[in-house]
Write a protein that binds this ligand. Structure first.
Ligand SMILES: *Cc1c(COP(=O)(O)O)cnc(C)c1O
Length: 388
């Protein structure tokens, strides 16, 4: 550990506050450190390892693909990419997919598509993207500009123009923001993950779509974190009964491999034309084969399991000592606690449970297939720690 920690601090750019823990291998929701100590993982690599560590089905899918063809560039057709695109379209009712390698890139692509759509439909001055305060859309310069949190901005000016921020769950403020700017699109997370696991109200989400309709704007839903079964629906927008124009996703899509997807509805399916956009790695066969194997298993049974586990966590922790409130949806939950967050995470870790934070909350993002007994054991340990 000390050796790895030292090499990391010597050679890896100092951008992460890592926990004092070096992980070596895992199986499902159990993961081990280099001393062989076992942990129940409630973080899933920040909502990425949809079926936990080293899942057999996923492993086979990616190993088989890697043994055949690992990359071709987008100059050639490959089968996993089209299979995955078809699955994404058929399961969302949308029409076309652009593949990239991360959430930020999926959002960059959505921003470009919205601007190009508006350029053709409304005139190039209608380029502004309205996002929400407290949002998180990525770390590239444009997606940072889209991110409505000053804390992320201060040291990285100048940003590209054309991003304005409305207040989440404040319909009047959104109306005014749209009226005051020449807009192309409204871009939102339905549950603000990094912002503290805050779910938008149904009324506000409905209003977003009405305001967009009245003003001829696109609605982009950032499902980088909420997508791929995380909230108990395949995509979170399905919980709200709305029909977005563009959906972006990444994190859990390929179960632990880097893959971003920007999914276009009928309205924008032909916005991009050859040379509009591209990515060297985008649609990588190994990542897409992994994603196909994940999506195939996100069926009604699995989603209903997600809801049951969510209900269990909420019920158990609502009545627990030291819990102030619980927010979020499905297996994307934020627990507001009385105790300081850092110490709580450290104490959970020392008792063999890995949890995350978002702002001042405990954040739980377990693998969707975490066995109930492991979940129960982990939740009990959290309760013990909160009651200390
Ligand atoms: C994580 C996240 C991103 C950024 O994804 P990266 O893969 O880190 O680029 C964007 N939007 C949301 C909502 C996220 O949770």
């Amino acid at each position: 550990m000390n050796n790895i920690k030292q090499l990391d601090s010597e050679y890896v750019a100092n951008t992460y506050n890592r926990f004092d823990l070096c992980l070596t291998h895992g199986k499902g929701s159990i993961v081990y450190d280099e001393n062989g100590k076992e942990y129940i993982d409630l973080g899933a690599g920040i909502a990425v390892n949809t079926f936990g560590f080293a899942d057999k089905v996923w492993q086979e899918a990616i190993c088989n693909q890697a043994a055949k063809l690992q990359h071709t560039s987008n100059l050639y057709y490959t089968e996993p990419c089209v299979t995955l695109a078809k699955m994404l379209c058929e399961s969302t009712g949308m029409k076309k997919v652009f593949f990239s390698n991360s959430g930020a890139e999926a959002n960059e692509c959505a921003i470009k598509a919205a601007r190009k759509w508006a350029h053709t439909e409304k005139g190039s001055e209608y380029s502004t993207i309205v996002t929400l305060k407290n949002s998180f859309h990525g770390r590239t310069i444009a997606t940072l500009a889209a991110t409505g949190q000053d804390g992320f901005h201060s040291e990285f000016y100048p940003f590209p123009e054309g991003f304005v921020y409305a207040t989440a769950n404040d319909i009047e403020n959104l109306q005014k923001t749209v009226a005051d700017n020449k807009c192309a699109a409204i871009m939102i997370e339905l549950v603000q993950g990094e912002g503290g696991v805050l779910t938008l109200t149904t009324d506000f989400v409905k209003a977003v779509f009405e305001i967009a309709k009245d003003n001829n704007l696109l609605v982009i839903i950032d499902e980088v974190q909420t997508g791929n079964g995380r909230t108990g629906a395949l995509y979170a927008f399905m919980n709200f009964g709305v029909t977005p124009d563009i959906v972006t996703t990444a994190k859990g899509l390929a179960g632990g491999l880097p893959l971003g997807a920007t999914i276009f509805s009928e309205k924008v399916q032909n916005t991009f034309t050859p040379t509009s956009h591209g990515s060297t790695f985008g649609g990588n066969p190994v990542c897409c084969a992994g994603a196909v194997s994940i999506l195939e298993r996100l069926d009604e049974d699995l989603l209903s399991e997600v809801k049951k586990k969510s209900d269990y966590i909420i019920k158990e922790l609502t009545s627990a000592v030291g819990v102030v409130s619980i927010s979020g949806m499905g297996l994307m939950l934020g627990i507001e606690i009385e105790k300081p967050i850092k110490e709580t995470i450290a104490e959970c870790m020392s008792r063999g449970v890995l949890v995350l934070s978002a702002k001042n909350k405990l954040r739980l993002l377990p693998a969707l297939n975490i066995p109930f007994e492991q979940l129960q054991k982990a939740v009990n340990i959290i309760e013990e720690v909160l009651a200390l």
